[in-house]
Design a protein around this ligand. Structure first.
Ligand code: AHG
Ligand code: MN
Ligand code: MN
Length: 342
């Protein structure tokens, strides 16, 4: 395996691409540095006082853990100084995050989930950082001011890049600029992410389903039938899929992308304030949908392609069915039969 870094890979393979600009490279470089700092802290969890809750709740009404807050602060602090962003959005912040004066601004908009799967962190289970990058037209009015929310709310198909860092048995970066999905593993001895998984393709038909099945009673008939399909002897494989559910979306997604499988988080009737389920369109579903499609997979909300959904709120939630192409298409057939999306 050639020992090449993320930025060397970007330059080697994307010379003709607009993504090979100095500004995008700078954005990626800062993101990588932020992730290395977060990884260092995650790896020390248990030894230093970073476990447990802060006592606060976030915009999503969820309890904030100390590592959520730490990861969020590191990302905001570093990325504000990259000089290439016009604004940021984080799962942990209610509003758009401005780039404070006098720091230079740029055209890119960064959306992120600073720590995904953080309920797992106290038990030493994999967590990750998910990121999504958009570029605003440089000739937009008031280009040196913070954009309006309406300017940054774009469907996922407009992402110029997306990816995640996974803090697990080793630390990985997996990302795409729309030219395939590439995985890099942090070599702690040299402090660089080195190419370990070039051009990841996900199997067309999976063998794993991942879902929090305890919500069964809150699902609609289409979601129930979809899950029943994967467990049945009458599915396309003629045997039940294996159930694997870590409860860290990023880790469940990563495993399924490599092995083949489908992750489901349907809408449910648990909480009338959250009829669309738990997952967030802009910082979770869209970036992973971009990667899934680049790896040959699919992502829908049961009927619509995730990447086509026009967001109307920064923290919009969405049902998510993501993974191997034929499995996600099967869910689409089941939803269509139940008249979902009409
Ligand atoms: P976060 O830690 O960023 O709030 O995200 C948690 C998400 C996701 O990672 C995971 O798939 C899901 O919550 C698990 O939810 P349930 O506990 O409802 O299964
Ligand atoms: Mn999350
Ligand atoms: Mn999170």
């Amino acid at each position: 395996m050639p020992q090449i870094t993320v930025l060397e890979h970007l330059l080697l393979h994307q010379k003709e691409s607009p993504m090979a600009t100095g500004r995008f490279t700078r954005l990626l470089n800062e993101l990588i540095l932020a992730a290395k700092i977060i990884a260092r802290e995650v790896n020390k969890a248990g030894l230093v006082d970073v476990l447990g809750f802060t006592g606060e709740t976030n915009v999503q009404d969820e309890e904030v853990r100390k590592l959520d807050e730490y990861a969020n602060k590191v990302l905001i602090h570093r990325m504000a100084r990259a000089g290439v962003l016009c604004a940021m959005g984080s799962e942990e912040n209610a509003d758009l995050i401005e780039i404070p004066d006098p720091l230079p601004r740029g055209d890119y908009f960064l959306m992120f989930d600073p720590l995904d799967g953080s309920t797992n962190i106290d038990a030493n289970v994999n967590v990750g950082t998910i990121f999504s990058i958009y570029r605003l037209p440089s000739d937009r009015p008031n280009a040196n001011c913070t954009p309006l929310l309406s300017e940054v709310l774009m469907p996922g198909s407009q992402q110029v890049a997306a990816g995640y860092f996974l803090y697990g048995t080793s630390t990985m970066m997996v990302y795409s600029t729309g030219k395939g999905v590439h995985g890099f593993t942090l070599d702690p001895s040299v402090g660089e992410f080195l190419l370990s998984h070039p051009d990841i393709r996900t199997p067309e038909l999976g063998k794993i389903y991942s879902v929090n099945e305890s919500y069964w009673h809150y699902w609609d008939e289409a979601a129930k039938e979809s899950v029943a399909y994967f467990k049945s002897l009458e599915n396309e494989r003629r045997k039940p899929y294996s159930l694997r559910y870590i409860g860290s979306l990023v880790a469940d997604f990563h495993r399924n992308m490599l092995y083949g499988g489908v992750f489901l988080y349907p809408a449910d009737a648990r909480d009338p304030k959250k009829p669309q389920g738990k997952l967030r369109l802009l910082c979770e579903a869209s970036p992973l949908a971009f990667l899934a499609e680049q790896a040959g997979g699919r992502a829908t909300d049961g009927s619509r392609r995730i990447l086509d959904i026009e967001p109307h709120e920064l923290h919009q939630r969405v049902p998510l069915f993501i993974g191997s192409r034929r499995d996600v298409e099967k869910i689409g057939e089941i939803f269509a039969k139940h008249g979902a999306g009409n």
